[in-house]
Design a binder for this molecule. Structure first.
Ligand code: ATP
Ligand code: MG
Ligand code: FE
Length: 347
């Protein structure tokens, strides 16, 4: 199926076009620079930026893909979770296009899309697949046997998301916003063993599949403050590398443990933090040692984009899932257990 996907859950206006598992276009307009001076995403600014970028980004995707809108089999859109106003822009645009073109509308889950996008990289997701979803707002271990209908959470963060920790540590180090890519860059020149930062929830009595990153974030901030108080230089690269090591150590350890416990042979890592170079390298090594197949999409497909939404939409069409109703709501707290939003009116 030929599907166009629209993503507006945060600060990226993404429009992607796929044919089944083949990526045809991935147009992204980001308002990240408008948020940088505030040190975080400002919802009202994001909504306005989506409104301005929507039509040009759709046009660009259609042009890049070289397809006519009339040939589409469906329009998919992120129905949640995310910023309410931002989601509403995407959902409204998707409804307008789908209605005008006479195409079915598919409201899909942003988190399931972060997983499904791997089909564009490595083909059909094996069933079952273990997914480690690590992004700006989420850090979870999810077991899926069908990405359109069955996503089971095994555990998640009890405080900060992994991406949030990257962003906060970057702020402490004065690296700007968004922090993940900057920490990744600085860490390349640092020693990951320079400072032993705490690994949250890895004690013998701790929950096995849950994460905690707020203690780590605080430990990094304290360590840096202490150095500054002493008037010493802060070794930014070493702090970045040591922090990154602590995060990736816990994420990969728990993900592999989850695979082993559940007899699952395929681990998918998705979400913005999956773009992290150290996480990718460590997961590669540890999965190889454990005999687990690792699937991580290229970095551009890990951060928010429209292709991931199109990928999940195409899977909905391929599996004959029902289209969404025209009253499809934007749901800022849509649970990960609902990959597909069929609408409120019973068929
Ligand atoms: P969610 O998907 O939970 O709704 P989101 O959509 O805002 O949140 P994503 O775009 O999926 O999040 O990911 C953004 C996060 O990924 C940010 O916290 C950012 O710092 C982080 N990130 C991006 N690139 C890297 C990287 N190379 N290393 C570490 N973190 C990264
Ligand atoms: Mg973003
Ligand atoms: Fe995301």
């Amino acid at each position: 199926p030929l599907v166009l996907g629209i993503e507006t859950s945060c600060d990226e206006t993404g429009v992607g076009i796929v044919r089944g598992h083949t990526l045809l276009a991935d147009a992204v307009a980001s308002s990240v620079e408008e948020h940088a001076r505030f040190g975080g995403v400002v919802p009202e600014v994001a909504s306005r930026a989506h409104l301005e970028a929507m039509v040009p980004t759709i046009r660009r995707a259609l042009k890049d893909a070289g397809v006519a809108a009339s040939d589409l089999d469906g329009i998919a859109v992120t129905a949640g979770p995310g910023l309410a106003g931002a989601l509403l822009v995407g959902v409204s645009a998707a409804k307008a296009y789908a209605y005008a073109l006479g195409k079915p509308l598919y409201g899909v889950n942003h988190l399931a899309s972060h997983i499904c996008v791997d089909q564009l990289e490595h083909g059909a997701l094996p069933e079952p697949t273990m997914a480690l979803l690590v992004s700006g707002g989420h850090s979870s271990l999810l077991l899926t046997t069908d990405i359109t209908s069955d996503v089971r959470p095994l555990g998640s963060t009890i405080d900060d998301a992994a991406g949030e920790a990257f962003d906060k540590v970057a702020r402490v180090l004065g690296l700007g916003f968004p922090g993940g890519p900057a920490v990744d860059r600085y860490a390349r020149d640092g020693d990951p063993k320079a400072i032993r930062f705490p690994r949250g929830l890895t004690g013998p009595r701790d929950p096995v599949y849950d994460f905690s990153f707020s203690g780590l974030k605080t430990a990094v901030a304290r360590w840096v403050e202490e150095r500054r108080r002493e008037g010493a230089d802060v070794p930014i690269a070493d702090v970045a590398a040591s922090f990154q090591e602590a995060v990736t150590d816990v994420l990969t350890r728990k993900a592999i443990r989850a695979c082993k416990d559940h007899g699952v042979e395929h681990l998918m890592i998705g979400g913005g933090v999956a773009a992290n170079s150290r996480l990718r390298a460590m997961a590669q090594r540890r999965c190889a040692d454990a005999g687990i197949e690792l699937r991580v999409p290229r970095p551009k497909l890990c951060t928010d984009n429209g292709a991931m939404v199109a990928a999940l939409g195409a899977e909905m069409v391929a599996r004959g899932r029902s289209a969404s109703d025209w009253d499809l709501p934007a749901d800022s707290s849509l649970p990960v257990t609902e990959p597909h939003v069929p609408g409120r009116t019973p068929a």
